[in-house]
Design a protein around this ligand. Structure first.
Ligand SMILES: *Cc1c(COP(=O)(O)O)cnc(C)c1O
Ligand SMILES: [Zn+2]
Length: 402
């Protein structure tokens, strides 16, 4: 375990008190001491606890021990559509239904260990639910800052964990940095989307993926991105494993955005070094509509450094992919997560991925929380008296043979 932060870009080290950003403006992440890492050393622990040597906390108990350890499913029925060999990492299996529990578990454990009076976050979705749940489980106060126009069904899910919810009227984009500043003054640990603690926890998605494919590694990992926090974690995981001599080969990191709001994909296409804010439009993949991603430039660097790519897909492609995941793999994923399948199809078409590549799609969140699911028109009304006749007409397989 180490307590110092480093900038991926200028390699400067900073003390924890420096906050989330390097003097150069880029996001910081935790250093790890690769010599401390014992692969398989914590096999007795559950979930992300197996990677404790690579995390900035010493202990993960209670709900935190339920983060990570999500299933990896070989989804051969999706291969034709995707154009390559596919596996889905089902992050929807988490206590609050998304990978955000990985980062919240580490962030809340750290806040507890350091004696912070409260934790907080700026989110109107999965991260808010996750931070509120993890805070509730250890009896820490929790402040959730949401936009004034948050949909009521998401507000209700957040509210059940009992946090203090503040509907902020004003420029929601500015809240990210403002909350970190106020939190620092008041002793509230704000676990926003790309802060070093969250990125440390969220690198475990990729640590688990690489472990699941041993003795080789997947050829590519495909994930949706918004702030770039999860993507940064994926890159950090590969770097940590490489530094420990435990990375069999480097998977391509491929990131997917919704076409209506795709600043990172735009920068990738244009060959830019940095990500500029987009004029964000509406998309059904609301969890990843971030016009000014705080770790966008780091995610861009991650894709380039691993020979990966950043692509965008439109809402029709996302809808189609979501339906395929349900009908051909039995998986109900969030619209944001369905971008991985649509994106993989595109990456194969563009030649970034090859047909015999083994590709891990990270289904970042469960679709069971979404009220935007449509369908059901095909259901037929049947009077009980007609049940036999109706089933016989549709499923009378034995009858066929007589
Ligand atoms: C938060 C979230 C993302 C994006 O993660 P970032 O770390 O912000 O890039 C993708 N999918 C789902 C379901 C999420 O909740
Ligand atoms: Zn720097």
């Amino acid at each position: 375990m180490t307590d110092s932060l480093r900038c991926y870009r200028c390699r400067e080290s900073s003390p924890r008190s420096a906050g989330a950003r390097c003097a150069c403006g880029e996001a910081l992440w935790f250093d790890v001491d690769a010599d401390d890492f014992d692969p398989g050393g914590h096999a007795d622990r559950s979930g992300i606890g197996r990677y404790l040597d690579l995390l900035p906390v010493d202990d993960l108990r209670g709900l935190a021990s339920a983060a990570g350890g999500t299933p990896l499913i070989r989804t051969d029925r999706l291969d034709d559509f995707a154009g390559c060999r596919t596996w889905v990492k089902d992050e929807g299996e988490h206590p609050t239904g998304s990978f955000k529990d990985r980062g919240s578990a580490v962030g809340v454990a750290d806040a507890l260990a350091r004696g912070c009076s409260a934790v907080g976050t700026v989110s109107h979705g999965n991260m808010a639910m996750s931070v509120a749940a993890h805070a509730a489980a250890v009896d820490l106060d929790c402040a959730v800052l949401v936009p004034a126009d948050i949909p009521s069904e998401r507000l209700a899910i957040i509210d059940q964990y009992g946090p203090e919810i503040l509907r902020i009227d004003g420029d929601y984009g500015r809240l990210y940095e403002e909350s970190l500043r106020v939190g620092n003054d008041l002793g509230i640990e704000f676990l926003n989307s790309d802060v070093p603690l969250r990125v440390a926890g969220q690198k475990t998605t990729t640590l688990e993926l690489v472990d699941a494919f041993r003795p080789s590694a997947p050829d590519a990992v495909v994930m949706p991105i918004s702030s770039g926090g999860h993507a940064s974690g994926a890159w950090k995981a590969l770097r940590d494993l490489r530094d420990c001599g435990a990375l069999p080969s480097t998977p391509k990191l491929c990131f997917v955005q919704a076409a209506a709001c795709d600043p990172v994909a735009t920068a990738f296409r244009n060959g830019s070094e940095t990500v500029s804010p987009a004029t964000g439009g509406e998309t059904i993949a609301y969890s990843i509509a971030n016009a000014d991603p705080p770790s966008g430039t780091r995610a861009l660097a991650a894709a380039r450094a691993t020979d990966g790519a950043v692509v965008s897909v439109d809402d029709d492609e996302i809808r189609d992919a979501k339906a395929r995941l349900a009908r051909d793999a039995g998986l109900c994923v969030e619209t944001a997560s369905a971008t991985t399948l649509a994106g993989t199809r595109r990456l194969v078409a563009e030649g970034v991925l090859a047909p015999d590549d083994r590709v891990a799609l990270v289904a970042t969140g469960s679709g069971f929380k979404e009220s935007t699911v449509t369908g059901g028109e095909r259901a037929t009304a049947v009077p009980l008296a007609d049940l036999d006749a109706t089933l016989a007409a549709r499923f009378g397989y034995w009858g066929d043979e007589s």
